[in-house]
Design a protein around this ligand. Structure first.
Ligand code: GDP
Ligand code: MN
Length: 382
């Protein structure tokens, strides 16, 4: 999951990394209001999930009210690589003396993390590597939690920076390594890492990618429901199910649209809300159900799961195997209730019960919902 610049900067700031003061707005009028607070000028930046905004006209500096209106309007009317611009980050202008590049990235193949730094920042990493390969320093790290600030400082000396700037960059790189570890990031890139005329070092941009498989550990990303929706709807497409993200906290897996709607209605009647609509259609396999269970478990919004299956054409024994396999990933012991009827139901029930899964064997979805709510209440009291 990619974060927008301002969301990435919020993580940096929480880790103690200096960022420019700013606010997010979605209209020209609100951009004006923020501008009034920063009399010397503002940077207006499109908040979209696409790189190369600067080049596409998505970053503009404005020094007068008229400038702000015109630039904010122009950026809100932009489409950057197919992404409509809905939000703008309005920041105080920073006085740029130099632009550096700093990042951590996971090498999926080796499981190591690379720290990269260049004094030739402000352009993208591919161009730095092409134009100034000697200016790009790289350090491979086996275990980022063991990385020490003095090691980073020694590494950075090769870039010919010294004094206060060296100390500040090393401190920022160290804080970024801690944030990287704590938030389960795949990528944390600051480009440019700005040195101002006063020799202050500030993260002027943020490109952050969170490991989707660790989302369940990060309740803090709950505040980003629209991102979660994007990620989950994409992953559901890959699994081959029909899925819509919703605002509640009870995950639903149903074998048909009618059953899913009915489950949602019953939840509503109990004052609860579904976290999603999920329909498997007619192609149930153990893997499809297992992947669906894992999908819901990885969603930090989900506090309980109802599996509601009817096997006309669908093989219920395979479905039960899939549920059991998926629940191997239930690290947080999220309450789960399975209601399953249809072909091979006895065999399915018996393996579910053997695996310790709460199983409802009647046609009553009400009963399954009430059992789930009861289990969730038990969890909440603990
Ligand atoms: P990107 O093109 O999407 O990577 O957007 P960036 O946030 O990196 O901004 C692109 C460029 O705009 C930076 O490299 C800076 O040169 C410039 N820029 C961004 N913010 C400011 C600012 O506050 N002040 C000044 N003077 N320039 C800025
Ligand atoms: Mn940038």
């Amino acid at each position: 999951m990619h974060l927008l610049e301002y969301q990435g900067k919020a993580l940096f700031s929480e880790a103690g990394i200096p960022i420019p003061i700013g606010e997010v707005v979605n209209s020209v009028e609100d951009a004006q209001t923020v501008f009034e607070k920063f009399s010397s000028g503002v940077a207006i930046k499109a908040q979209v999930h696409a790189g190369g905004r600067g080049r596409a006209g998505g970053v503009k500096l404005a020094y007068t009210e008229a400038d702000v209106s015109q630039s904010a309007r122009a950026i809100l009317d932009l489409k950057i690589k197919g992404h409509i611009v809905k939000e703008l980050l309005i920041e105080e202008i920073i006085d740029i003396e130099k632009e550096y590049y700093l990042s951590y990235i996971v090498n999926s193949a080796s499981g190591t993390v690379s720290l990269m730094f260049s004094t030739a920042g402000g352009i993208n990493i591919e161009d730095i590597a092409k134009n100034n390969p000697d200016d790009l320093l790289k350090l491979d790290i086996d275990d980022i939690s063991l990385l020490r600030e003095y090691e980073i400082r020694n590494f950075l000396r090769k870039a010919n920076i010294r004094g206060k700037v060296l100390a500040d960059v090393a401190s920022i790189a160290y804080k970024l390594s801690q944030c990287f570890k704590k938030k389960d990031l795949m990528l944390a890139e600051i480009n440019p890492l700005v040195v101002t005329k006063n020799e202050d070092v500030i993260a002027a941009d943020a490109k952050v990618e969170v490991d989707n498989n660790s989302l369940y550990r990060h309740i803090e990303f709950e505040t980003i429901p629209e991102l979660i929706a994007d990620v989950y709807e994409q992953r559901a497409k890959d699994i081959g199910i029909s899925y819509v993200q919703m605002a509640g906290d009870i995950g639903i897996i149903a074998s048909g649209a009618g059953l899913a709607m009915n489950s949602m209605d019953i939840l509503e009647s109990r004052g609860e809300k579904a976290a999603n609509f999920l329909e498997t259609r007619g192609g149930i396999t153990a893997k499809l159900i297992s992947d669906s269970v894992k999908l819901l478990l990885s969603n930090p919004l989900v506090r309980g799961i109802l599996v509601n299956l009817y096997g006309g054409v669908n093989p219920m024994l395979e479905a039960a195997k899939g549920v059991i396999d998926g629940l191997n990933n239930n690290a947080n012991n999220i309450p789960v209730v399975v209601k399953l009827l249809g072909n091979q139901q006895e065999a399915a029930w018996s393996i579910l019960e053997e695996a310790g899964v709460s199983t409802v064997k009647t046609v009553s979805t009400e009963r399954a919902v009430d059992l789930l709510l009861q289990k969730m209440k038990g969890m909440r009291m603990v």
